[in-house]
Ligand binder design. Structure first.
Ligand code: M6R
Length: 600
């Protein structure tokens, strides 16, 4: 995930830009760079690799000046090397651009520019923007950016400087977040407010289609009709202490251990014994409308999509409501028939994921009531949905989503209770659920006791090239999530499957070097999962089982067959995703650390 930070003011820009990039480091990247200005001279410094490599390079060749832009890049167009690192500069060396997002029509634009004699220096889509800006610059950078944006198809969070107007940074946003940091005699531009921590607490969130022009003493925002507007300033609700790693080596581990507290925050003030249900302030739908809802569509990406799949089981079991779960990247382009009484629920940690935002907007366009579960307060999706629920997980800095998943599932659980109580759940059932849900933070705390055992298991398997994650019913989405965590953090190929699907082909993958992680439920289909486990053992595949404690006979049976068993606390089946996911998060983390992967 790429990051942007820009600065214009009275101080040297380079240290501010490098510090801002360090604050964005947690998102992962493979190259970084800065461009600063001293009068008409543009100083470009960029390097593949870590920010430490860029900082070393800057020690030998400092980038002077009190204004500049910088970037951390994850390669999308062209390999991760110095040439493809941002900023990208126009052929005449006067304009520098950093960009998050994807320019979908870059190939056509590039060909047109090359036909006109422009020589390109990189393989990126972003360089097209720099070259177009050179062609369209006519003394006014804001105007040139505006013209060029009209030619682009795709998404962007953009920061631009020109050696011909060295007191100015121009920013633009479409589908990729950008915030202005408002200071005194200095202004900042960033793709994530986290980059501004310690610099300013006052930010202006740009909306899609908006542009900004920043100078040391002024900041202006323009709407998509190019009219200057009064954009509101927000104070960042961000506790710097929370963003510190504390005694943990990595944010991911810290956030895994924060899950019990995150759960407490998600539940605070939302559970009512009096009504034997849960309450939410921001749904903006009255009980009559909710009762007439006939179907929900949950839409999300990645980990949030897996939480949505758990939500599907919860809603169907507890609220008896049909749910369809759709990848946001698919829903946005689909034209599926949906009747009027369908509510669309977008689930997202950041509230900025482009596909989820597009799916939400498309659903609104079609007249559906939209809700969002978001973690980041004031994010675009939180603002644009008709109503919603905040996750209250606290800042999630680690690139791997952990505590946000936990809170997404718990909020879906509370929503399912709320919808269920409106329909067919009795008050006795409601009260029993409240009791079980309230116990969750303590139970997840106990689940974390498996930490050292998981570390041992990681040592056994960190060298493998493939892993399988298998579960059924509530634990099938958890299997998908375990596999995603491992892929994302440790770069090991992993697949999640419904355990019974293995025999329909994928079992051919199993051999002595392909461990399978089995998620064994406490009730229901436990016996069936055990027969799936036998199938894997029959092919010589090592098995790591995650099972609930408390059922001695089942425990003995599992211990006889699995190579390793991690016991987690016994909970009713609908709560199992929240305890079973914990060892999977820890396993991905420890395997990544043992493999020396930087994204943990
Ligand atoms: O911010 P969102 O929840 O919308 O992000 C969606 C995915 O990009 C995200 O969950 C991703 O899959 C995680 N990094 C996985 O750990």
């Amino acid at each position: 995930m790429c990051g942007i930070i820009g600065y214009v003011g009275h101080r040297e820009a380079e240290p501010i830009l490098v510090e801002g990039l360090r604050r964005l480091e947690y998102r992962g990247y493979d190259s970084a760079g800065v461009a600063t200005l001293t009068g008409p001279h543009l100083h470009l410094r960029k390097r593949a690799g870590r920010i430490a490599d860029l900082a070393r390079f800057l020690r030998d060749r400092p980038a002077p000046g009190c204004q500049g832009i910088s970037h951390t890049r994850w390669a999308t167009h062209g390999p991760a090397n110095d040439r493809n690192a941002h900023p990208h500069v126009s052929s005449d060396g006067s304009i520098a651009v950093v960009h998050n997002g994807v320019i979908e029509n870059y190939a056509i634009l590039k060909r047109q520019l090359q036909d006109a004699g422009v020589i390109f220096d990189s393989d990126t889509d972003t360089e097209v923007i720099a070259q177009l800006l050179e062609q369209h610059y006519d003394g006014d950078l804001v105007d040139a950016v505006r013209k060029v944006l009209g030619m682009l198809k795709g998404t962007y969070g953009l920061a631009v400087v020109s050696a011909r107007q060295p007191d100015l940074i121009v920013g633009a946003r479409l589908g990729s977040p950008l915030v202005v940091g408002v200071g005194v005699g200095e202004h900042f531009l960033a793709s994530d407010p986290a980059a501004l921590m310690g610099a300013t607490e006052n930010v202006v969130y740009l909306q899609d289609g908006q542009m900004c022009a920043l100078r040391a003493d002024t900041w202006h925002v323009f709407d998509n009709n190019h009219i200057r507007i009064d954009a509101p300033i927000h104070r960042i609700d961000w506790d710097p202490i929370e963003a510190d790693k504390g005694s943990f080596e990595h944010f991911m581990l810290k956030e895994i251990f924060e899950q019990p507290e995150a759960l407490e925050n998600a539940m605070r003030g939302r559970l009512s014994d009096e009504d034997a249900t849960s309450h939410f302030g921001g749904l903006n739908l009255d009980a009559r409308h909710l009762r007439s809802a006939e179907r929900f569509v949950f839409t999300a990406c990645g980990t949030s999509y897996h939480a949505a799949l758990v939500g599907e089981y919860l809603f169907e079991e507890l609220a008896r409501l049909p749910v369809e779960v759709e990848y946001a990247s698919e829903l946005r382009y689909r034209n599926a028939p949906m009747d009027r009484n369908t509510i669309v629920l977008a689930i997202t940690q950041s509230g900025e994921t482009a596909d989820t935002l597009a799916a939400l907007r498309e659903s609104k366009r079609k007249g559906h009531h939209t809700l969002a579960l978001c973690n980041v307060v004031g994010s675009t999706i939180a603002r644009e949905a008709d109503g919603g629920v905040y996750l209250h997980a606290g800042p999630e800095i680690g690139v791997a989503s952990t505590k946000a998943f936990c809170n997404q599932v718990s909020v879906l659980m509370m929503l399912a209770l709320y919808m269920g109580r409106m329909r067919h759940l009795s008050s006795i059932q409601g009260l029993r659920m409240l009791k079980e849900v309230r116990a969750l933070p303590g139970i997840v705390r106990r689940a974390l006791d498996c930490h050292e055992q998981v570390q041992e298991i990681a040592r056994k398997y960190y060298h493998v090239s493939n892993m399988l994650y298998l579960g059924r019913q509530y634990l099938y989405p958890v299997a998908l999530e375990g596999a995603l965590k491992l892929k994302e953090i440790s770069y090991i190929h992993a697949e999640g499957y419904p355990a019974a699907e293995m025999k329909h082909g994928p079992i051919a993958l199993v051999d002595g070097d392909t461990p399978s992680v089995f998620l064994i439920p406490s009730g229901g289909v436990a016996d069936k999962v055990m027969s799936n486990l036998e199938e894997i053992k029959a092919r010589g595949g090592p098995v790591i089982a995650i099972a609930c404690d408390g059922d001695e006979e089942l425990a003995r049976h599992i211990e006889e067959r699995a190579d390793d068993v991690i016991f987690v606390p016994q909970v009713p089946e609908y709560l199992q995703p929240l305890v079973s996911v914990v060892p999977l998060q820890l396993l991905a983390y420890h395997i990544a650390v043992l493999r020396g992967c930087p994204r943990a």
